[in-house]
Structure formats: structure tokens, C-alpha cells
Write a protein that binds this ligand. Structure first.
Ligand code: HMG
Ligand code: MG
Length: 311
């Protein structure tokens, strides 16, 4: 084994056309824990978030102010926020409607994320409303949140295919994203909710957004790794000019309302690839491995590929 590998880092070989730096947007405490059958105590969630911040992750999505009947795993959202203290700018939270926004603001949130679906069926299953109603609700929440001075991210789900409706046109996704940007979202994260996307689709989707007036600088990519395509898709996203990628420590994650969704792209796996390409992230890989391992152990889940390789 070479010295570099012995240190737990890949050897570095850059590639033309790649950015010098990317943002890793950590979703483990939210996406990672929302579909687990075991409810993690609030104190362990807070520790998880803090460990990820200490590892150098600039943004760690903390929880969701959704209906506790729909997602009991995150019913302790206010307790988690209070445990995190004052530095809440870096901890966005999901809000599905104005009630969620009120709860989030009361808990001290400074940054929120709305979420809609590119398809009608998933909007009904995930939000209990049709796609257009969900878009109108998101518009309302974005406007209200911006009026309060909050930063708002928009998520679009089922951007690469939907288990009930099949293929999803890139232009349809881009129209939804353009609407979120128009409403006031600072960034739109394109979700491959069930992990069916492949690399060629990524550039096509980014191009469709450019044609709809949404540049790559406004986009993030959010891959679930169901079919093992997430890293290939990130690579395609980098070449298309995207510089923000969502991932989850330990590769935890899924959506309770999309049965075929498995874990998110693991943060450890993403960091290994980015480090190998010489792309700066400011994140300490061993520290993320340690945080992910602790949560996987708590949940009785297998480690991510890179975490297992480094253990
Ligand atoms: P509903 O049951 O249709 O809501 O749920 P409702 O408006 O009819 O209200 C029913 C009750 O819920 C009322 O209480 C409301 O006050 C209450 P009652 O009068 O019966 O006592 N309620 C709330 N309570 C707390 N917080 C709220 C809230 N809203 C209403 N915010 C609702 C509609 C939108 C609330 C529900 O469908 C919901 O919470 N959905 C969220 C589902 C979710 O969290 N999904 C996972 C996140 S999205 C995701 O994972 C995808 C992503 O990762 C990207 C990707 O991978 O693609 C982001
Ligand atoms: Mg997700």
C-alpha cells in the first residue's frame, strides 16, 4: 500500500474541466434519519450534527418541520434546533407549508427548504396535494420566508424518473425549478429520489435548466444511490458546471413515501472522489467517517463503502 493510501486518502490526479472547489451539502441528519424505523434520540441527532460541523461541513441540514404524523422520526425538530444553539444559519430545515414555516421560525431557523415534485403522483404521496397545489404552497412559503429574511432552498423530487409515472422530461423539471427561483429560492436541488438516474441524463438536465434561465450556479444535485450510479452522476454534474452536491454521512437516507428509495450518496464516498480529483471541499474525511460510523452503529446499519474500507 502506498503512503498516501496508508494515510486514508486517495492519490490525487486532476482532470480538465473540473472546478477547483465544491460545496458538500450534508443531509444526513434529515434525509438520513427520516426513513429509519428506529427513532434516534434528539441528543444523538444534535451530537451527529455537531460532529459533522466539526468535520468542516459548512451546511448541515438539521431536521424537518413536517407533520409528526407523517414523519414521526423527526417529530423532535424543535428540540434538535434548541440543542444546536445559536449558529442556525448553517442548519437549513425542511418546511412543507406555512404551518411548518411558523414552527421553524419559532424554533430559531434562519434557513429553510421547500420541497416539491416534478410529478403529480409523488406530490400527492409526499405532500398530500397535487403537483400544482404543492407548487402554489411552496410559492407562498418562499415569499413568506424571504419576507422574514430567511435563506430559502428549493428541492425538486423525481427529477430523473418516477416509480409510478416513469420517465420525467428534463424540460418539465426545469420549469418547476425556474418557478422556485422566481419565487425567491437561492438554490434549487435536483433530487434523484429513487436513484434511477444515469450520467447522460445529468448534463441534459443541466442544459434544460440553462435554457429555462436557471444557470448551473443556482443548482445542487441530490443523488440517492439505489442503482450505484450516484458518483458517476456527480462526475457528470461536475463536468456540467454544478458545484454543490448533497450527500449523507454513512450513506443513510431514503424517503418514507417512495418505497424504492434507498440511501443517499454517502458523504465519505463523495469526499474520496473529490479528493482524488484534487477538488477542495474543506471537509476532513476521517472525521466524517467517525461521525457516520457512530450513527450507523446506533442504527445497526452497514457502513458506507469508503467508511468500511477505512475501518
Ligand atoms: P395533511 O395531513 O394533508 O395536512 O399533511 P393538513 O393540512 O390536512 O393538516 C392535518 C393536521 O396536520 C392538522 O392538525 C395540521 O395542523 C397538521 P390537526 O388539526 O389534525 O391537529 N399539520 C402540521 N403539523 C406540524 N407541522 C406541519 C403541519 N402541517 C399540517 N408542518 C403535510 C400535509 C404537507 C403536512 C404532510 O403531507 C407532510 O408533512 N409531508 C411531509 C412528508 C415528508 O417529510 N417527506 C420527506 C421529505 S421530502 C424528501 O425526502 C425528498 C428530498 O430528500 C429530495 C429527494 O430526494 O428527491 C427533499
Ligand atoms: Mg432525498
Amino acid at each position: 500500500m502506498s503512503d498516501v493510501l496508508a494515510l486514508g486518502l486517495p492519490s490525487v490526479t486532476g482532470e480538465p474541466g473540473m472546478p477547483g472547489r465544491v460545496d458538500v451539502y450534508e443531509v444526513g441528519p434529515r434525509d438520513g434519519l427520516q426513513a429509519e424505523s428506529r427513532v434516534v434520540p434528539a441528543a444523538d441527532k444534535v451530537r451527529f450534527v455537531r460532529e459533522l460541523v466539526a468535520a468542516g461541513l459548512g451546511t448541515v441540514e438539521a431536521t424537518s418541520f413536517v407533520s409528526p404524523r407523517w414523519v414521526p422520526q423527526l417529530a423532535d425538530a424543535a428540540e434538535v434546533m434548541s440543542g444546536l444553539g445559536d449558529d442556525l444559519e448553517r442548519h437549513p430545515v425542511l418546511v412543507p407549508n406555512l404551518k411548518g414555516l411558523d414552527r421553524a421560525v419559532e424554533a430559531g431557523a434562519r434557513s429553510v427548504a421547500v420541497f416539491v415534485s416534478a410529478t403529480d403522483t409523488f406530490a400527492r404521496r409526499n405532500l398530500g396535494m397535487d403537483r400544482d397545489q404543492a407548487l402554489r404552497t411552496a410559492d407562498e412559503v418562499v415569499v413568506a420566508a424571504r419576507a422574514l429574511g430567511l435563506r430559502v432552498r428549493g428541492y425538486v423530487s423525481m427529477c430523473f424518473g418516477d416509480p409510478w409515472e416513469g420517465p420525467v422530461a428534463a424540460e418539465t423539471v426545469a420549469e418547476v425549478s425556474a418557478r422556485l427561483v422566481q419565487a425567491g429560492c437561492a438554490q434549487v436541488s435536483l433530487g434523484d429520489t429513487i436513484g434511477v438516474g444515469t450520467a447522460g441524463q445529468v448534463g441534459r438536465l443541466v442544459d434544460a435548466h440553462a435554457s429555462a434561465g436557471v444557470g448551473a450556479d443556482l443548482l445542487a444535485l441530490h443523488f440517492h444511490d439505489t442503482y450505484g450510479q450516484a458518483l458517476a452522476n456527480v462526475h457528470a454534474g461536475l463536468l456540467a458546471g454544478v458545484t454543490c452536491f448533497d450527500s449523507s454521512a454513512g450513506g443513510l437516507g431514503g424517503c418514507p413515501f417512495a418505497g424504492s428509495a434507498t440511501g443517499n450518496l454517502a458523504t465519505e464516498d463523495l469526499l474520496w472522489m473529490l479528493a482524488g480529483l484534487g477538488i477542495e471541499t474543506g471537509v476532513d474525511l476521517p472525521a466524517v467517517v467517525a461521525a457516520g460510523r457512530r450513527m450507523c452503529d446506533l442504527l445497526g446499519r452497514p457502513l458506507s463503502r469508503v467508511a468500511a474500507a477505512l475501518t
